[in-house]
Design a protein around this ligand. Structure first.
Ligand SMILES: NC(=O)c1ccc[n+]([C@@H]2O[C@H](COP(=O)([O-])OP(=O)(O)OC[C@H]3O[C@@H](n4cnc5c(N)ncnc54)[C@H](O)[C@@H]3O)[C@@H](O)[C@H]2O)c1
Length: 511
């Protein structure tokens, strides 16, 4: 143990988060004093933590030694004075700036000069909390995620005045607790709650534009892109009463930056009480109604319609042609489609109509497929407003030929997966550009904190930065919506053929 190591921790606020933090620290062998303004709350929290740890011990997830350490280490105290002697106090009290400032002022007078004051706030400025203190250099954010013992990510957030050695002690503590720290600048939403904005807001736009239903969007992003949960399922799980204020607050704090724009659909649903799982109805119903039997996609009678393939230059014909032939497509070789051909297009960031007009094709024979999500079990098609039904059916039958699921959405630029992934990558690039966190920490945080299969920057590399840039440029041009304007971080790296994780300057400069 070195002299800087934190051995005595105070936790103020014994709700969901305070209990989780205390449990984690006690299991790691720290002496933990628990305090809450409600009488008996700290003692009850200790009982609940020990009961939970006993359950975990019975399942073999916690050792007898850890349980014993927690029994000895957890000490409820009734007054704030009981926290004297702690080297670190983490507050997880009500999310109100005056309450947190008042608590830290009280603690400052009580604790030694070297003691650290950390806030678990999810939305308040660390700099603003610290501004109330005599010594703001000892104040930092220590943002855990719920449930604390299972969510391994912790954001360590220096305010503008925080001393570097405070940050370092907190980073070391998080590692000792067995969790993964990332360092994030004090900015609205910090890292995870900021970077996570792209997913739900894009899904809301897709719904509001009448492109696809919530269940279709969820399924395409889960099965077609690998997200652990669809965006509407996620909003239903969290509850709109919790998520709408967060979305609106981040939007306002960034002075109405269009990338974070929520949608009026949300307030309407909130007014109707469609909060999500907790109210039995959100974007989905709970429990779900019996599934409606879908009509099977039948192989078409007679000879197959020949297929003329029009790939965006961002796609590789050498990869896609054999895949389509494997599904049974009879592909034409000519530069122009024959009179009877289905025109199958793979656009990037365009809708089927624009893609058809761009290639001067007859829009009645055009069907577009999302080749960014090719070879997944869930394929997405869209037709122009005038596509012939027999052409659309031929395309559906082709993409379902190996048992894959096919969803047909209304014509719209960027399908569902392309526009959502491009938005996520673009926002992560903006966050890297602003220096809110290092590229590596951005990826780590979204992988651990939101369960994305890949960090957004590595994901952008996997998709191809140039392709992501094309999607965004076209979405921006077609919609005129500044939310799609490409981040300079993305544009430069795409143009130079660099990884999106590439760092071009020393990172630690002051803003
Ligand atoms: N719940 C989450 O998912 C989550 C995730 C990350 C961060 N946070 C943040 O953690 C903090 C706590 O959240 P929670 O969900 O655990 O809340 P909670 O309502 O479950 O618990 C808060 C506890 O603090 C106590 N309290 C309130 N004011 C106090 C004061 N002045 N002094 C002492 N005790 C006081 C309350 O009695 C209560 O027991 C908030 O700042 C919140 O934004 C919450």
């Amino acid at each position: 143990m070195n002299g800087n190591e934190i051995t005595h921790l105070g936790v103020v606020g014994c709700g969901a988060m305070g209990q989780g933090i205390a449990q984690l620290a006690a299991c790691a062998g720290l002496q933990v004093r628990l305090h809450d303004m409600r009488p008996e709350a700290a003692a009850q929290a200790r009982e609940r933590i020990l009961a939970e740890l006993e359950k975990q011990r019975d399942k073999g997830r916690v050792s007898d030694a850890q349980l014993e350490q927690a029994r000895v280490g957890l000490l409820p105290v009734e007054g704030v004075q009981g926290l004297a002697g702690c080297q670190l106090v983490v507050e997880a009290i009500v999310e109100e700036l005056p309450a947190k400032q008042a608590l830290f002022r009280q603690l400052e007078a009580l604790l030694g000069d070297e003691a650290i004051l950390a806030s678990n706030t999810s939305s308040l400025s660390i700099t603003a909390i610290a501004a109330a203190c005599e010594a703001p250099g000892r104040v930092a954010g220590l943002h855990f995620f719920n449930p604390v013992p299972r969510m391994r990510l912790v954001e360590v957030i220096p305010g503008l005045a925080t001393d570097e050695h405070v940050v370092e002690r907190l980073l070391a503590l998080v590692r000792r607790l067995g969790h993964q720290p990332v360092r994030a600048q004090d900015s609205p939403g910090f890292l995870v709650n900021h970077a996570g904005r792209a997913y739900g807001t894009e899904a809301l736009r897709i719904l509001a534009e009448g492109v696809a239903a919530p269940a279709e969007v969820d399924a395409l992003l889960r099965d077609g892109a690998g997200f652990p949960m669809g965006p509407f399922e996620l909003m239903d799980l969290v509850g709109l009463d919790v998520s709408v204020p967060v979305m609106e607050s981040i939007y306002r704090q960034y002075y109405e930056e269009p990338r974070y724009r929520p949608h009026p659909l949300l307030r309407q649903r909130l007014a109707a009480g469609h909060l999500g799982r907790k109210s039995g109805r959100g974007f989905h119903r709970y429990p779900p109604p019996d599934a409606v039997e879908q009509p099977p996609i039948v192989a078409l009678d007679g000879p197959r319609m020949p297929v003329w393939l029009g790939l965006d230059e961002g796609f590789d014909a050498a990869l896609l042609r054999p895949w389509l032939e494997g599904l049974g497509a009879v592909l034409e070789e000519g530069k122009r489609p024959s009179a009877g051909a289905l025109c199958l297009l793979a656009p990037l960031g365009l809708d089927a109509t624009e893609a058809a007009l761009h290639l001067e094709l007859d829009p009645t024979r055009v069907v577009a497929f999302d080749a960014l999500a090719e070879r997944t079990s869930h394929r997405c098609l869209m037709s122009t407003p005038v596509t012939r039904p027999d052409c659309l059916e031929a395309a559906r039958a082709l993409f379902a030929a190996d048992g894959g699921k096919v969803t047909v959405i209304r014509d719209s630029a960027g399908f569902v997966v392309q526009r959502t992934l491009a938005g996520i990558v673009n926002l992560a690039c903006d966050i890297a550009q602003q220096g809110i966190a290092t590229p590596a920490d951005i990826d780590l945080a979204l992988h651990l904190g939101l369960g994305y299969p890949l960090g957004p920057l590595a994901w952008g590399d996997h998709l191809g930065a140039a392709r992501v840039l094309s999607i965004l440029q076209r979405l921006h041009a077609l919609s005129g919506d500044p939310r799609y304007r490409p981040s300079p971080w993305l544009r430069r790296r795409a143009r130079l053929g660099l990884s999106l994780l590439h760092v071009d300057a020393p990172f630690q400069g002051e803003r």
